[in-house]
Every structure is written in C-alpha cells, then in structure tokens.
Design a protein around this ligand. Structure first.
Ligand SMILES: Cc1cc2nc3c(=O)[nH]c(=O)nc-3n(C[C@H](O)[C@H](O)[C@H](O)COP(=O)(O)OP(=O)(O)OC[C@H]3O[C@@H](n4cnc5c(N)ncnc54)[C@H](O)[C@@H]3O)c2cc1C
Length: 390
C-alpha cells in the first residue's frame, strides 16, 4: 500500500491550528514531516472553526501569561512570513463578578498577574464600562479591567499562513486521511490510514477533541469533556458602534454557567455584524462524532436576551447561528494537555500530545514546544501545569 516504506522524522495527526503549527516549526527546522488531517483543511467541523478568536494576556496563573508573552515573537514571525497581520489589537475587557471562578479564569487573580508582570490595565466600574464601552443595565457592583494589548485573531488567515509556511518549508500536508490506528515499532511509530500505513520516528497528536480516540487505545489517561458550543452574529444598529473583545463573568444561572463573550466589528471582514456567544458547558457529548453543527435553541435565546438587555447598539436577532466543537480538560485546574505521553504507556518517549482547552492564541508556541519535546525530549518553557500525570 502507499507509503509503506516511507519513514518521516515526524508525523502529526490533525490539521488544525496546533497541528499546522507543529508542521511549520518542524519543517522549518529541517525535519521531514507528514501531517494527516481527516477532513479538509480550513474546515469548520473541529475546534479551529470560524473566523475569530480572542487574544489576551490576562490569566489567573502567571505561568499562562508568561506562555502568551512567549508566543508573541512566533506570531510576529508568522505575520512577517505571511505578509499580513493576524492579531488585531482592539483591547480586551473583562468585567462582572470579580471574585467568580470560571473556565475562563478569575478577574481579580488575573489583574494581580498583570500587575506582577507589569502589563498595563485599567480598573473600571460598571458605570465606566457602560459609558466607555456601550454596555447598558449592568448590575451596579460589576467591575473589571480593560487591557489595551488584547485583541482578535484572524483564524482563517492564521490557518492559511501556517499551511503555506509549512508547505513552503517542505512539510507533506495531506487532507481527507483519517488515522485509524497507531502502533509502536522498533524505533518509531506506525500510523494506519484508509490510504495505507506510514512510519515516523516521532509523533505529535494534535487531534483536538478527537485525540482521545487514538490515545485511549494506548491506555493514556486523557480526561476531557466535549461540548458543541453555540455562537451567533448580531447586526450593528449604528455603524459607529464598536467593542473591544470582552468577557462577562457572572454567577451561574440555574440552567447554565451564564457566561458570555464577544468581539468588535471584524477588522478584516465586512463590517456590520458582531459576534456574541455564550460560554455554556452543558450537555457534554459522548463522542466528538456526535456533533451536528446545530446550536441549542436555549443557548441562542439566552444570548439574544443578553444582547437585548446589555448591548443596545445591536439588533438582538441572532444571525448565522453555528457551533464549534471543544474539548476541555475535566479537571478545572488544568488548562491543556501538553506533553509526552507518560512512562509505562505505549509511545512513551516518542509521542507528544497537545490538545484540549482554549489554545488558539498559543498555537505557534505550542507547535514549537511539541517539536522540541518530540525531538529533544525537553522544552525551555514552564509547562509543568500542563503535562500528563502532573
Ligand atoms: C466556541 C469556541 C471559542 C473559542 N475561543 C477561543 C479564544 O477566544 N481564544 C483561544 O485562544 N482559543 C479559543 N478557542 C479554542 C481554540 O479554537 C482551540 O483550542 C484551537 O482551535 C484548537 O486547535 P487544534 O489544532 O488543537 O484542534 P482542532 O482545530 O480541533 O484540530 C484538530 C484536527 O485534527 C483532526 N483529526 C482528529 N483526529 C484525527 C485523526 N484520527 N486522523 C486525522 N485527523 C484527525 C480534526 O479533523 C481536526 O481538524 C475556542 C474554541 C471554541 C470552540
């Protein structure tokens, strides 16, 4: 069968932001790389779907903010190579219940981290948020901060830039090739796909929500919850209305986590609509293959109610509703899985995993870290919170 005798230095499973970043960094370092993607590149069925992601420095844990800072030079390198801007600075506004812990973090703790690392921010009250940023009818005790370095990432532009850079550096990028089996060989890993088998010295699994399908057969503990998250756009009533990227931290409602976030008018796309979405972890899927792209009506209704009540500059009728698949670590104290599979499991020392969590902003850095772990077995970055068995 095809490729039976071809051996690559590195194989990558998954052609989302992380897998493409791995291929870019590995090929650029002179490794022979093959990347296998089960769907088409730039599709909307996995976690790198849609057109925008939030860029932010604030995290409740200092190590995470340090990783964002470490990602910046790689983003600049990618932007330079692609000849276009991929991160657009619009500012980032976090507001609401300042002591509420959520899957996105904690306002007060994140402000302390910004202060410790000497990153600029302004503390704002509910009245100031309404006056300066166009929100309305916020509970009077809501507060938060505005961080001017936050912004919005151009998702499709990033994926295309990564794809082009990886290819130009010699990576073999294959779409519509699902990896159905992994086996350890004498000095590497063998991957089975519908098109045949191939071998590689090292493997990175960057399969997003699907990563568990491959890892569980090796007994790797990969504990995640998988959700299909709703999202929608809303028509701007007055063209002068705009917002920074924002996240509202609220006390959970009876039915959901009551968290909402959104963007301003797209700096690269047609103006006139703005994305607002709920961040509700409800109805986890048993398998990512159950996802059907249909948002829950209740999630859209709740988001429309938030817009109606708090964002008078927008028409509250949801437009272009869709979903995005996400796997989140089941342990709320863990942000991601990033590391070599643990000793005692098949693939130890040869297989690196990078999956689960809100990681688009880290993609170029995590790609580099995966390559360093796969090739050298180590990274200079502090990822101790993210490794297996920590
Ligand atoms: C609604 C939503 C909002 C988000 N907001 C933010 C944000 O504001 N900021 C941020 O930083 N992050 C955010 N994220 C998270 C971010 O989008 C993801 O962390 C990131 O896109 C993950 O990229 P990935 O490459 O790891 O996974 P994916 O994009 O899911 O890519 C994995 C790929 O692997 C392929 N694959 C899987 N199994 C196989 C197999 N066996 N064989 C071949 N191919 C396979 C899949 O088809 C898929 O294309 C958000 C996510 C969602 C859903």
């Amino acid at each position: 069968m095809a490729d039976q005798h071809r051996t690559f230095d590195l194989a990558v499973v998954g052609g989302g932001a992380v897998g493409l970043s791995c291929a870019w960094r590995a090929a650029r370092a002179g490794l022979s790389v093959v990347l296998l993607e089960q769907d088409e590149f730039f599709g909307d069925r996995a976690s790198s779907a849609g057109v925008e992601r939030q860029w932010r420095f604030q995290y409740s844990d200092e190590e995470m903010t340090r990783l964002v800072l470490a990602a910046v030079p790689l983003w600049r390198e990618l932007e330079e190579a692609a000849g276009r801007r991929l991160i657009h600075t619009t500012g980032s506004l976090w507001f609401g219940e300042v002591a509420e812990s959520t899957n996105e973090g904690h306002i007060s703790d994140a402000a302390k981290v910004l202060e410790r690392l000497d990153l600029p921010f302004e503390w704002v009250t509910a009245a100031e948020i309404e006056r300066r940023f166009g929100f309305r009818d916020l509970p009077g005790h809501y507060e938060g901060f505005y961080q001017p370095g936050g912004g919005v990432i151009d998702v499709k532009g990033t994926l295309f830039a990564l794809y082009c850079q990886a290819r130009a550096a010699g990576a073999d990028l294959r779409e519509r090739q699902r990896v159905t089996g992994l086996a350890v060989t004498g000095d590497g890993v063998r991957l089975s796909t519908g098109a045949g088998t191939l071998t590689a010295g090292r493997l990175v699994v960057a399969g997003g929500a699907y990563s568990g399908e491959l890892l569980r057969s090796w007994g790797v503990e990969f504990k995640v919850e998988i959700y299909e998250m709703a999202t929608a756009y809303f028509q701007v009533r007055d063209p002068s209305v705009d917002y920074p990227t924002w996240f509202a931290f609220q006390k959970p409602a009876e039915t959901d986590s009551n968290l909402f976030y959104g963007f301003g008018q797209s700096p690269w796309g047609p103006r006139g609509t703005i994305r607002v979405a709920p961040d509700f972890e409800v109805d986890p899927l048993h398998s990512p293959r159950e996802a059907d792209g249909t948002p829950r009506a209740a999630d859209l209704r709740r988001t429309a109610d938030w817009v109606r009540r708090h964002m008078p500059g927008l028409d509250p009728e949801p437009l272009r509703p869709s979903t995005c698949l996400i796997a989140l670590p089941a342990d709320p104290g863990r942000d991601f899985y990033l590391g070599t599979v643990p000793e005692g499991t098949a693939g130890a020392g040869r297989v690196v995993v990078c999956a689960a969590g809100w990681m688009f902003k880290f993609a170029p850095l995590f790609g580099q870290i995966c390559v360093d772990l796969a090739v050298d077995g180590a990274t200079s970055h502090d990822i101790s919170r993210l490794t297996f068995g920590r």
